[in-house]
Design a binder for this molecule. Structure first.
Ligand code: NAP
Length: 309
């Protein structure tokens, strides 16, 4: 529960998608007055029903809030709701705290924070991990970049949304750690699909293989969760191929600017491109198995139960 000082903090929420709608609800449930705005207005009805005040623009949200949170899509989307017409900066006053929880470019984040500072707005980047389930349950991992005092001030708000809140360094560092997380997700999943293909080709039952390997040195969250979904023929999205491609583009662009080779990540990104080329944009990232099936010319996902043809 929020402390007395934090109780007075008015929180604005911009972006009520899969993630934002649950995060805003949890902040409200922790006792903070919440004002929301969403580009598609009908998505605000649910929030109004649980007690949010709705606004007509990001500018209006900023005008009535002490802390404004965005969780939208990609870098241009964040820039639009912050600096575009009717954006947060138009309604911002000195001392406003702005937290971007979307996954966007670390470089663009640092540049935006500098422009925010010119207006007296303190910006944190606080991307999340934990998916729609973590958002609903308030158990997200939150990676924060920015000034430590600003984080201390808003920590009660973040605690309403997450359990593992880590200050990663100066502004942009949260996005950098999120990029590391996405590298790990992509590259680990490559191992998962190769192990499944190997078992299948060699004639070992996939569930049996998973029963052993999930408990061994090769075990991982991806194997336990996504490996199992593949074996069960479930390619439904927890996290979509489309979003993972966005994140890997951010990773690879940043790596390029640092002259850092990331061969395994680049390969995973191209394998996911194969999945997209075969219509899997909105499938979960475990649909990477489709690319493996095409390369190995074999069925791995149980056909009759598969969520996609
Ligand atoms: N889903 C996950 O598992 C997950 C996990 C970790 C991090 N993330 C990150 O969290 C962010 C949001 O993900 P999500 O799953 O909630 O996405 P989503 O369901 O697609 O929702 C996106 C939200 O952003 C809004 N939006 C997008 N572009 C906009 C623009 N140019 N102007 C105004 N509003 C805009 C959308 O408004 P409309 O309603 O009008 O479309 C919607 O409210 C992304 O950066 C994603 O990478 C997602």
């Amino acid at each position: 529960m929020a402390d007395a000082k934090a109780d007075t903090m008015r929180v604005g929420f911009i972006g009520l998608g899969i993630m934002g709608r649950s995060m805003a609800k949890n902040v409200h449930a922790a006792g903070f007055p919440v004002t929301v705005w969403n580009r598609t207005p009908s998505r605000m009805e649910e929030a109004a029903a649980w007690g949010a005040r709705t606004a007509g623009s990001p500018r209006e949200v900023a005008e009535v809030s002490d802390v404004v949170i965005t969780i939208v899509g990609d870098t241009p989307d964040v820039l639009e709701v912050v600096e575009g017409p009717g954006g947060i900066f138009e309604g911002a006053r000195e001392g406003l705290i702005y937290i971007d929880m979307s996954t966007i470019s670390p470089e663009a984040t640092r540049e935006l924070a500098a422009r925010a500072a010119e207006r007296g707005v303190r910006m944190l980047d606080a991307p999340v991990s934990g998916g729609d389930i973590g958002a609903r349950q308030g158990t997200l991992s939150i990676m924060v970049g920015g000034d430590a005092d600003t984080l201390a001030r808003v920590r009660p708000v973040l605690e309403a949304m997450g359990k593992n809140i880590v200050h990663c360094g100066p502004v942009g560092s949260g996005q950098t750690v999120k990029a590391c997380n996405q590298i790990l997700c992509a590259v680990t999943l490559m191992g998962v699909v190769e192990a499944l293909a190997f078992a299948k080709r060699a004639g070992v039952d996939l569930e049996t293989m998973l029963q052993v390997t999930t408990k061994g040195a090769g075990g991982s969250w991806a194997l336990e969760n996504l490996g199992r979904r593949i074996a069960q023929g479930n390619l439904d999205p927890g996290f979509s191929v489309r979003f993972q491609q966005k994140d890997l583009r951010i990773v690879l662009q940043s790596a390029e600017s640092m002259v850092l080779p990331l061969p395994a990540t680049a390969l995973a990104q191209q394998m996911l491109r194969i999945v997209q080329a075969h219509g899997g944009d909105e499938d979960g990232t475990q649909a990477l198995i489709r690319a493996m099936e095409l390369m190995a010319d074999m069925d791995i996902v149980p056909r009759d139960e598969a969520s996609r043809g």
